[in-house]
Design a binder for this molecule. Structure first.
Ligand SMILES: Nc1ncnc2c1ncn2[C@@H]1O[C@H](COP(=O)(O)OP(=O)(O)O)[C@@H](O)[C@H]1O
Ligand SMILES: [Mg+2]
Length: 462
């Protein structure tokens, strides 16, 4: 029995309350001689004993009831059952049952509330967009996983608002939006550019909460990382500008020569022949550029459609190597082949893989050294997954490390003038990258200045 023992004074007090009046009446009867002393004393003893027992039982019941209330108040899930022995006072039994029911339903409601709160937190936590909850003092009370990722692990360790997050909250555009949201009670938007440590462009929505959250949250700041989107927009604009520029240059030169042929060189057959030669070269350059641009857009359109053929790479490589003969001869380059006949790329697109080889071989011959050596190698690999590789290595001037990650950008050339003179459009490696992506393959570029360059393409095999 964990029944609390009632304190002595309370016990005696309660017993006195219950038995006091009958005891006093019995004493009065005995004293005034209306009752005989013996039976009166006996009745008094009985009354006192009954009062003591009743008080003890009553206090015990009440203290259990108090315990039930205390536990319910503390929000504990478990509550004591109402006193097992029925209380002597029937009304108390009903109260005790009522309290037990109340405590049970309170506990259930408390648990439901806890579950809802956990569900809310889980939803916030897993939202893909970074989200912060701010208090009235603008300090961040909570930050979800995306926000912590945005601000780095450091911020997560040091609480929601540290490092980059603090810089973000001090950003004038965001601080202004927070002020307006608090003052006007309406949703505000702000565009933010964070220059350090990595340049980032964020679109922020500041949403006031009325009434505030239970933890004092007054504002929700929703951030959307627009860095990639803006970069894509800029790239698209750059691409149009670059393409127009690349086309305009040969066009301007053509128009210039036409003018000259009509005017000053009208009667100079020698100059005419020379100019027509240059004009043919310029139109050839425009043709190549347009062809590459169209090719690139075709490849881009099909990029999300997986290829379907099985392509034996050795045969493909031999065919492409043969087609290279004229330009190999013109640059006095020697091409050596190392082909694994069993290397088969699948699923693959033969025409596109030929295009990859053509671009890589052309680059090796054009950007490599005159009179140099180029190695074309086709092999199988087992790691990390079964696949095949095609690699083209030259012994040319190589490429400085800082250029390597950018080579596959459209129109990116280490040396623009040299590339143009070599007949390049600056789109070759962009095309290669898109084709490799469509094949779910990988392109590795290894090079050091003065030590040649190796372009290796990994492709999935059966
Ligand atoms: N084998 C190579 N050796 C040295 N530089 C290379 C080689 N291949 C490519 N590059 C560099 O990468 C740039 C981009 O190549 P690419 O996209 O094929 O354009 P293009 O060949 O038309 O200039 C080239 O301009 C050149 O600077
Ligand atoms: Mg090229």
């Amino acid at each position: 029995m964990d029944e609390e023992r009632p304190a002595l004074h309370r016990w005696l007090g309660s017993a006195a309350l219950i038995g006091g009046v009958p005891l006093a009446l019995l004493a009065l009867l005995a004293v005034t001689g209306r009752a005989e002393a013996g039976p009166a004393l006996f009745a008094m003893a009985g009354t006192a004993l009954a009062a003591l027992l009743l008080a003890r039982r009553w206090l015990g019941n009440l203290s259990r009831l108090a315990a039930v209330l205390r536990r319910a108040d503390a929000g504990e899930g478990a509550w004591p059952e109402p006193p097992s022995a029925p209380p002597l006072l029937p009304a108390l039994a009903e109260v005790s049952e009522g309290v037990a029911r109340l405590a049970r339903s309170l506990a259930e409601r408390g648990e439901l509330l806890g579950r809802m709160r956990r569900a809310d937190a889980a939803i916030l936590e897993s939202l893909p967009d970074p989200l912060l909850v701010l208090g009235a003092d603008r300090a961040a009370l909570r930050a979800n996983a995306a926000a912590r990722a945005l601000f780095g692990a450091r911020a997560a360790e040091a609480g929601p608002l540290a490092g980059d997050a603090a810089a973000l909250m001090r950003h004038p555009a965001l601080a202004g939006a927070v002020d307006r949201a608090l003052a006007e009670g309406t949703r505000q938007a702000a565009d933010i550019v964070l220059p350090v440590p990595v340049p980032r462009e964020l679109a922020a929505q500041v949403i006031p909460l009325d009434p505030p959250l239970f933890d004092g949250g007054r504002l929700v700041v929703l951030l959307a990382d627009r860095t990639r989107e803006r970069a894509v927009e800029r790239m698209r604009a750059d691409f149009v500008a670059n393409a127009s520029h690349e086309l305009r240059t040969p066009l301007a030169s053509l128009m210039g020569f036409i003018e000259t042929l009509r005017g000053p060189a009208k009667d100079d057959p020698e100059a005419q022949a020379r100019f027509l030669g240059i004009m043919a070269e310029q139109s050839e350059r425009m043709r190549r550029l347009i062809e590459d641009l169209l090719g690139l857009s075709r490849i881009e359109l099909a990029e999300h459609q997986a290829p379907t053929e099985r392509v034996p790479l050795a045969a493909l490589a031999r065919a492409e190597a043969e087609a290279m003969a004229p330009i190999l001869a013109s640059r006095h380059v020697e091409l050596s082949l190392d082909l694994d006949e069993a290397a088969v790329a699948a699923p693959a697109d033969a025409e596109q893989l030929a295009q990859v080889l053509r671009n890589l071989l052309e680059n090796a011959v054009r950007h490599g050294q005159e009179g140099g050596e180029v190695k074309l190698c086709v092999a199988r690999t087992g790691s990390p997954r079964p696949g095949v590789t095609m690699s083209v290595a030259d012994d040319g001037p190589g490429i400085a490390r800082e250029h390597i990650p950018r080579l596959t950008e459209r129109f990116y050339r280490v040396d623009k003038a040299r590339s143009r003179n070599a007949g390049g459009t600056g789109l070759g490696l962009a095309i290669v990258k898109h084709i490799v992506n469509r094949h779910r393959g990988q392109l590795h570029i290894e090079s050091r200045p003065g030590e040649g360059a190796t372009f290796k393409v990994w492709l999935p095999a059966e």
